[in-house]
Design a protein around this ligand. Sequence first.
Ligand SMILES: Nc1ncnc2c1ncn2[C@@H]1O[C@H](COP(=O)(O)OP(=O)(O)O)[C@@H](O)[C@H]1O
Ligand SMILES: [Mg+2]
Length: 315
Amino acid sequence: MDAMIHIENLTKSYGANQAVRGISFEVGKGQVVGFLGPNGAGKSTTMKVLTGFLLPTSGKVTVKGVEVEQDPVQARRHIGYLPENNPLYEEMMVEDYLGYVAHMRGLPKDQQRKAIKDAVDRCGLGDKRGKDIGELSKGYRQRVGLAQAILHNPDILVLDEPTTGLDPNQVVEIRNLIKELGAEKTVLMSTHILPEVQHTCSRAIIIADGTLKADGAPSTLTADGNTLSVAVRARGGDTKVDELLKSLRALPGVSDVTTAPATEKGALSFTLVSKSDSDPREALFDLVIDQKLVLLGLERRTISLEETFRKLTIS
Ligand SMILES: Nc1ncnc2c1ncn2[C@@H]1O[C@H](COP(=O)(O)OP(=O)(O)O)[C@@H](O)[C@H]1O
Ligand SMILES: [Mg+2]
């Protein structure tokens, strides 16, 4: 993988509070990654270290091969950062604010005009250039935040909760804009909103309590699934639970099987987890016949997205 972001064993403490407790991951060129976790998980802290605004307590962070702690200025050239709550100068005009940012970032004078024009155009701010930021809607402020992030044309965007606090229409607009901007960039975007990553990201990294809980395609991490609660009884002779577990795990579409407390005397109870697009009930029924078991109970339940998230993030 062509790593644009490389985080290795990162920890960060605020006094006695260990906010990040050993996180490692890489983000490859062109990936749009959702950084998902409940409030207080350590998302913003990780992003502040990644963007060189906080020093790590231990561990290493590199951005396009530049070690952030060693050379934060060079690292930041590669990164466009939209901080949490998008702090802006309310009394400044959009255009003046972007000019100020261009100056602060050390963009050569002769490139500033074009850089501002490009950012304004790409973020759909054409008719807001001369407006005070304080007059803008939350959605447009977020566009200004994105415009300042892309002003120096960085390869990497780090966006901290870019859609939090927006109304549903604004959420869709900003999501689409991030998708457009993300087409040519590597994006790490945090959110505590679960469906957010499914709309925008090809990969989700889930953290909670400062540790990494899951990393993969949103469809596999947060897919709706089903559980089947099954209770059977052996007819006559005893059934080996281990072998039955093995047979249940081999059923098509079944991703996990665990034993459950017996629902009645003599019952062997199991919980089968399956993907939303598969229904193992028919195969299960065949197995029951084949193994000469008595089917005592069968109940199917849908696992919600929230349940999956809760399972991963509540310790
Ligand atoms: N400046 C700070 N000083 C002290 N503790 C902080 C500070 N910023 C964050 N924390 C704590 O660190 C933990 C992680 O916070 P944060 O990184 O903001 O999480 P998230 O962005 O996932 O909501 C929380 O327990 C939070 O209270
Ligand atoms: Mg945060």
